[in-house]
Design a protein around this ligand. Structure first.
Ligand SMILES: [Zn+2]
Length: 62
C-alpha cells in the first residue's frame, strides 16, 4: 500500500537551515545531516500528515 506523504519540512536545529522535500510515496528519503553546517540535529515536520503516521514511517526507515 502506498501512503502519499506530501511535503516534509526538515529543519536544522543548529543553524536554522530548512528544506521542504516532496514525498510522492511512502518511500521516505530524507537527508541525515544538515546540508549547510553538517549538523545532525534535524527536526522533521510533516506538513499534511499526522505525526503518528510520520513516526511509524520513520521507525521503518531507521
Ligand atoms: Zn545546520
Amino acid at each position: 500500500m502506498v501512503i502519499p506523504i506530501g511535503n516534509i519540512k526538515v529543519t536544522c536545529l543548529d543553524c536554522g537551515w530548512h528544506k521542504v522535500i516532496y514525498q510522492p510515496s511512502d518511500v521516505v528519503f530524507l537527508p541525515k545531516s544538515c546540508q549547510k553546517c553538517k549538523g545532525v540535529r534535524l527536526e522533521t515536520q510533516m506538513l499534511n500528515t499526522p505525526q503518528s503516521l510520520l513516526q511509524k514511517l520513520l521507525k521503518l526507515w531507521r
